[in-house]
Design a binder for this molecule. Sequence first.
Ligand code: ZN
Length: 507
Amino acid sequence: MKQTEALGLLRENDREVCLLAHTAAVLGWDQETYMPSRAIGERAQQLSLLQALIHRRVVEEKNGEAFAALGSGDEEPRGDVSLPPADRAFLRQAYRRYALATKLPERLVVALAQETSKGQAVWQAARQASDFSAFEPTLGRIVRLVREKADLWGYDDHPYDPLLDEFEPGMKTSEVQRNFDGLQEGLSALLDRIRGATQVEDAFLHRDFAVGTQEQFSREILAALGFDSSRGRLDVSTHPFTTTLGFDDVRITTRYNPDLFQTAIFGTIHEAGHALYEMGFEESLRGSLLAEGTSLGIHESQSRFWENVVGRSRSFWRRYFPRLKELFPQALDSVDQDAFFRGVNKVAPSLIRVEADEVTYGLHIILRFRLEIELITRRLEVSDLPEAWNQLSQELLGIAPERDADGVLQDIHWSMGAFGYFPTYALGNLYAAQFTEALQGDLPSFEGLIEAGNFQPILQWLRSNIHRHGGAKVPSELLRDIVGAALGPGAFTDYLQAKYRDVYRLS
Ligand code: ZN
């Protein structure tokens, strides 16, 4: 096969795979938002048909021949050095997708799909009853299949490496370990200092916040941040998410809680951060697999940057608190901007990850990472998981759950077979802090821009340094080009220290 022919074939194949994937995303989005409940059975069939079609297109034999003709393989996924950089970037991701899919026998793919789709229902019931033993046999089978998957994908150093790499290309277990050790030290030290300070007041966040007004405010913020409503939508779902239905169609969801103010607004800003990334790929990537976030960790760096670094900053509320008070004169009666800023940044160890504050959140992730390593390396049996969870929770957070529902059963990920996923949430915080330092170097007026509600220069910086590249640059290349250094926990712990010195009036 000639190289031009091979490249044409792979580009065309990718175009169809992307169209199919976006079509599946439309169905998935509808399922979570507007689909009537009885449609679930048919929808599952529609989605699994599309997944099967996608898989078939990805693993086609002639794709393998085309990769070979271009010199693209395990050793050098980007293919021949003589190829143009844009093609080599494309080949790297296309080969990766091909290799991940072809290295697993159909028997394993089917077994994993079956166990995890049943597993989610079993997990849900077990969580409802707070009974780990009801989930244990299923989780045991899932863990065995995941270990097998890791072995088939292969690794040099650590059996957890290929699992991590699926979500965070290029990331190694040892690098996460090193980063999380430093992170844990920094977080624990800061948490100790906060424990010694007077707790901040946040009871006013539970007053009556009319849902319609919350939505109005959320939409105002969304527009201010640069979310393009001609290329996206905001809707409501039980679990907020972002999904991409096409190059010009990025959907986000939020949920409104009438007696807990921060759920909707920070949820909306978080998803907006994901959406701004998805809306920022350069035109040349349209319709290809490079028009995707380059990793989950980088994606999370964008959502957390907007949610926490911008949205939970003093400057942001200097700008928006007066507007908020206008919209909720009763709920915010007798609350001032300083109290509000401190209230939305309250730190308190809690059992549930998704409700955790910025300081303790990382500890929740370190807990899961450590347990996953133990499980994958067979040092821990699934049956010993609840006890190990509770012990680690005590060690890291100083509290332990009384019910499995508030501990080992709280998250859906393991029932989906998603091992290697959790670390990306915390990596997102580390990337975000390192990117923020670089951004502040280029835009010294960062705080002033936020206070002026002028987010365009900030978004522009993210666009030109991160978003436009899509999947053409892997995480380590983004760090190298933007920060000029490897991943490290220092920027994040420095950021937290400065912020919480202010929130908690620490000396
Ligand atoms: Zn997110």
